[in-house]
Design a protein around this ligand. Structure first.
Ligand code: NAI
Length: 344
């Protein structure tokens, strides 16, 4: 079996390399993204392995299909960058549904604490022997209300962390989980009530720009917005205006809607072309991390193990992989029960 691994980064390749050696899988690492120009390098491979910013659109899928590639193995949970509908019948698509929901939820809380206790400012000050406290006044989380949008694996853990801080947790989910014990309410009520709003739902046509001007208008003055999910959940221009109008007290962003060509790369020697991102980064109450929430040792090990197992399962005699995504039945993540345990 042979895999072409796109957008390879030094922190993730060792685990994949040793696992593939162990399982007798040939793997080629490319440090550039998969797109229509680079797809041809997958010739002779059974599968391509991609990450969040590889654009697996219809054109790329057709090129891969014509080359005889049979599968796209996402080494992440989100699959908004893959045209799953177009892939149906051509390429099997597998993902890693959970690698460490704790990593992401804990990063969301790290961002929140950093922001509201001004740790990012204090760190720079003390390194310059400036021990002044002026401008560093924060607020207690205890007694405040956290609004969690999307209460799946990560959202539930984040809710638990917030409870540990003595916060009231309110939640909105399109498919509320009855056994979670969470206090669900309509989205508008959550927006009006929460002091901190954290996004943990997937990016879909329905959720794109769910935090727009109208949503921000409903929020409490001084609200802190956390996004560790997907950048396009927030209309960034609306967010910037909300911050300038002093409506939004702070924003903590691990993702950004135009991150694809920027994040994961060292651009420190270049002029930043993206004025919107430059404006965000210039604001004292905005913290940006570059899609780093998943990046723990535990998560990297789980990602490699699940991805390699996904590919092995797909090419096994039964061809059944429990992490296969399917468009056909409309139940994209759990379709096997309705179609004889295989997607196509
Ligand atoms: P999950 O699938 O366990 O939970 C997602 C939740 O969102 C579900 O409860 C679902 O019912 C809900 N949902 C679906 N559509 C919705 C809608 N229209 N409105 C409100 N809620 C809706 O997913 P998980 O593992 O908790 O991950 C959540 C997201 O976190 C992923 O979709 C991914 O985009 C992001 N993520 C970010 C990472 C990072 O490094 N920053 C790493 C891993 C995931």
């Amino acid at each position: 079996m042979k895999i072409a691994f796109y957008d390879a980064k030094p922190y993730e390749t060792p685990a994949f390399k040793s696992l593939c050696e162990e399982k007798g899988i040939e793997i080629s690492f490319y440090d550039f993204k998969l797109n229509a120009d680079t797809a041809s390098l997958a010739a002779g491979c059974d599968a391509v392995c991609v990450f969040v910013n590889d654009d697996v659109n219809a054109e790329v899928i057709d090129v891969l299909h014509s080359l005889g590639v049979k599968a796209v193995a996402l080494r992440c949970a989100g699959y908004n960058n893959v045209d799953v509908k177009h892939a149906y019948g051509k390429l099997h698509v597998v993902h890693v549904p959970a690698y460490s929901p704790y990593a992401v939820a804990e990063h969301a809380m790290a961002l929140l604490l950093t922001s509201i206790r001004r740790i990012h400012k204090a760190y720079i000050r003390t390194r310059d022997f400036n021990f002044s406290l002026a401008g560093l006044v924060g607020f207690d989380l205890h007694g405040k209300t956290a609004g969690v949008i999307g209460t799946g694996k990560i959202g539930k853990i984040f809710a638990g962390i917030c409870r540990g801080f003595g916060m009231r947790v309110i939640a909105y989910d399109k498919f509320p989980s009855a056994e979670s014990g969470l206090e669900y309410m309509p989205l508008d009520d959550l927006l009006r009530t929460a002091d901190v709003i954290s996004l943990h739902c997937p990016l879909t046509d329905e959720t794109a720009h769910m935090i727009d001007r109208a949503a921000i208008a409903k929020m409490k003055k001084g609200v802190v917005i956390l996004n560790t999910s997907r950048g396009k959940l927030i209309d960034t221009e609306a967010l910037i205006d909300g911050i300038k109008e002093r409506k939004v007290g702070a924003a903590c962003l691990d993702v950004y809607e135009e991150e694809a060509d920027i994040f994961f790369n060292d651009n420190s020697g270049h002029i930043m072309d993206d004025d919107t991102l430059a404006r965000l980064i210039s604001m004292p109450n905005v913290i940006v991390t570059s899609h780093q929430a998943f990046l723990t040792e535990e998560a990297l090990a789980n990602i490699a193990a699940t991805t390699v197992q996904n590919v092995i399962d797909l090419f096994s005699e039964s061809g059944v992989c429990e992490n296969e995504l399917c468009y056909r039945c409309g139940n994209i993540e759990q379709c096997r029960s309705c179609r004889n345990k295989k997607c196509f």
